[in-house]
Design a protein around this ligand. Structure first.
Ligand code: 6R9
Length: 645
């Protein structure tokens, strides 16, 4: 049954896009893609206008993804300078610290001043166009200053989530070849201190090649500074010149690198370029959130994820919008923290993740009801499918039944939202990520690699390029081709399963590769397995996702020990601690079961799908067990799993 929730009349009447416009523009955007995107590109201030709009081809033998290639521009000018004449003294960022009562307002003029000064500091350290700078920071205004300072001088930022461990940071510094790392003394999350400088020190030592660490003061803790290498943010910026000429870059010059997990061990550094990304992110942000001048926007995403890059930082900045920046977690000091921030700043557009909504639902309606949320107009969801229960709670309790929910489907790789119910023309279907954005051609592929016509299920692919998509994986273009363009030649493959209904709505059914989605974070099973297997007592490990009421999926590990190693709780704890150290707390296994051996087919491939069934307590329907190399192992694993429940 299709349950549609129409967009409220008053919102639809004011929306940027109405139904006839959506239909016409969508049709035009497919029919004459270059004309459509050329018109969208007028949104930016170009230094040298482009003549050629696109040069694209998804054939893996001749992959080309080029947009506006002969145009030149500077990202920080588009994000900041051009708003100064009208908005210098208006707030760009409304920052709320982890502890209530700690807040800061950053105006556009202050943002510009800080960015220019830091850009000069970076220049002074020899950072030049094309160099990668790693940013490992809490959600504080300085993090955004750091990103903008990089792009002012044509450098490429690589933001690493501050919840990642020193080891994970070291891998990313090394892979990117960063000579400069920008961090803070400490972070604060939910009342807990995160030792960022200490982690950065360890990472710099492990990675090698780091010439300088710039350290912003967040808590003011006394952190050790290495003379000649480490630089304090405050004094360095005070001493720096307040004007840094923006560097002209080509549209296809890289803007940033962002790492994400894939189905094999090493994280992938997706490379995004400047022109196409800024055009599509800037224009789609205002359309999909129906932003109007004066609306305060708040995305709860951490700066370490693509959601923050595109729709918390670049989208609002490009549009000159005021946005909220919150350092903490929704449940500290209590579970009404978010709602009090919405009330305080009269937030109009609130973009969050299903996992957070599910955890707040557990606290009941009272914390929400104590606050005036009447400023809200549009709600957004991202990161994983939103289950109908969470959808209705968000809609009814948080949104008072007045606010459409834009369930935005996209990825680090896609750069911008591809499927979304644009508020105004597209009614909501709870649990479905709406319909294609302008210029986007979704294709549902069956198992034989043939497009499914009309309603049906399959692998989610996209035909034809869009300006904001990633161009390559840093240092590994082959992997880029193999992962995204070889599975269904002529198409971009997302790794997700999908179902399309008779009305053209898309519902994501989950990852179909070896990637887990834990609380909206992507984690590769192989990456987790190698962390576990790095423990000297471990012979082998297999990791699968199990359904979890708040996290969506939780990590379940099957571990085989080396001969003579005792299976005990202390060893379990040591293995879990090792995973946290190698990757970070987000990778903590929920459960760990000793397995005498792992089920494999005769080619030696671990049968993770079978293990996922067992982990979920579903011991029937294990698929074809005749191909198993060692069928008894499965019986023993089932026996142990049953005993552990
Ligand atoms: C933006 C982001 C991407 C993966 C993606 C899919 C899942 C994201 C979703 C969604 C259903 C949505 N995903 N948004 N699934 N509905 N609205 O999250 O990027 O971290 O790269 O993750 O997240 O599985 O493939 P990223």
């Amino acid at each position: 049954m299709t349950e549609l929730v129409p967009v409220p009349q008053d919102l639809a009447a004011r929306a940027h896009v109405d139904l006839p416009t959506y239909r016409r523009r969508y049709a035009e955007s497919l029919r004459s893609a270059d004309d459509f995107w050329a018109a969208e590109a007028a949104f930016l201030d170009w230094i040298r206008p482009f003549r050629e709009v696109s040069d694209t081809n998804f054939d893996p033998a001749d992959l080309r993804i080029r947009w506006f290639a002969d145009g030149t521009l500077n990202a920080s000018v588009n994000c900041i300078d051009r708003h100064l004449p009208a908005k210098a003294d208006q707030p760009a960022l409304l920052w709320e610290g982890d502890r209530p009562g700690e807040s800061r307002t950053v105006t556009w003029a202050e943002l510009a001043d800080q960015v220019n000064r830091l850009a000069n500091v970076l220049r002074g350290l020899g950072v030049a166009k094309g160099d990668v700078v790693t940013i490992y920071m809490p959600v504080i205004p300085e993090a955004i200053v750091a990103m903008m300072a990089c792009v002012r001088i044509g450098a490429v930022h690589s933001v690493v989530f501050s919840g990642f461990s020193a080891e994970a940071l070291a891998d990313r510094i090394r892979d990117a070849g960063a000579r400069v790392v920008i961090t803070a003394d400490e972070g604060l999350r939910g009342g807990r201190v995160v030792p960022l400088k200490r982690n950065a020190d360890h990472a710099a030592a492990a990675a090698g090649g780091v010439a300088h660490l710039i350290v912003a003061a967040r808590t003011g803790a006394a952190v050790p500074m290495t003379p000649g290498r480490d630089i304090r943010w405050g004094p360095a910026l005070t001493a720096a010149d307040p004007w840094c000429p923006p560097v002209e870059v080509g549209a296809e010059d890289p803007l940033f690198v962002l790492y994400t997990s894939g189905s094999t061990g090493r994280p992938k550094g997706l490379v995004h370029t400047t022109g196409g990304y800024l055009v599509q992110v800037g224009t789609s942000w205002r359309t999909i959130f129906d932003w109007h001048e004066g609306n305060v926007f708040w995305s709860t995403a951490d700066i370490g994820w693509v959601t923050a890059h595109s729709y918390k930082i670049y989208g609002p900045l490009l549009n000159g919008a005021t946005s909220v920046l919150f350092e903490g977690v929704p449940t500290f000091p209590d579970s009404s923290r978010w709602w009090s921030i919405i009330e305080k700043h009269r937030v109009a557009i609130f973009y969050t993740a299903p996992t957070a909504i599910r955890s707040l639902m557990r606290e009941g309606e009272a914390p929400v009801r104590r606050h005036d949320l009447s400023s809200l107009r549009v709600l957004g969801s991202v990161g994983e499918p939103i289950n109908p229960d969470a959808w209705h709670w968000l809609h009814r309790i948080v949104g008072g039944g007045r606010c459409p929910i834009v369930d935005t489907y996209w990825q680090t790789e896609t750069g911008s939202v591809l499927l979304v119910p644009i508020p105004g023309p597209v009614a909501n279907k709870p649990g479905a990520a709406g319909k294609p954005y302008f210029g986007i051609r979704p294709v549902v592929m069956d198992t034989a690699g043939r497009p499914v016509a009309g309603a049906g299920r399959g692998s989610l692919c996209f035909a034809g390029s869009w300006p904001a998509q990633a161009r390559t994986i840093l240092h590994d273009h082959d992997r880029f081709l193999r992962t995204y363009f070889s599975p269904f030649p002529g198409h971009f493959f997302t790794g997700d399963g999908v179902e399309r209904d008779g009305l053209g709505y898309y519902r994501i059914t989950g990852r179909i590769d070896d990637v887990l989605n834990v609380s909206g974070h992507r984690l590769g099973t192989v990456e987790l397995e190698s962390a576990i297997a790095s423990h000297p007592a471990v012979a082998e490990a297999a990791v699968v996702g199990v359904p979890h009421p708040v996290k969506g999926q939780a990590i379940f590990a099957f571990v085989t020990l080396k001969a003579d190693q005792p299976e005990n709780e202390a060893l379990k704890a040591a293995i879990v601690a090792l995973v946290r150290e190698r990757i970070g707390p987000i990778a903590t296994p929920e459960a760990l079961l000793w397995a005498p051996a792992l089920p494999k087919n005769r080619a030696g491939k671990i049968l993770r799908r079978m293990l996922a069934r067992i982990a979920a307590g579903d011991y029937h329907d294990l698929g074809d067990t005749t191909t198993l190399a060692d069928p008894e192992a499965v019986d023993e694993i089932i026996r142990r799993h049953r005993a552990s429940q």
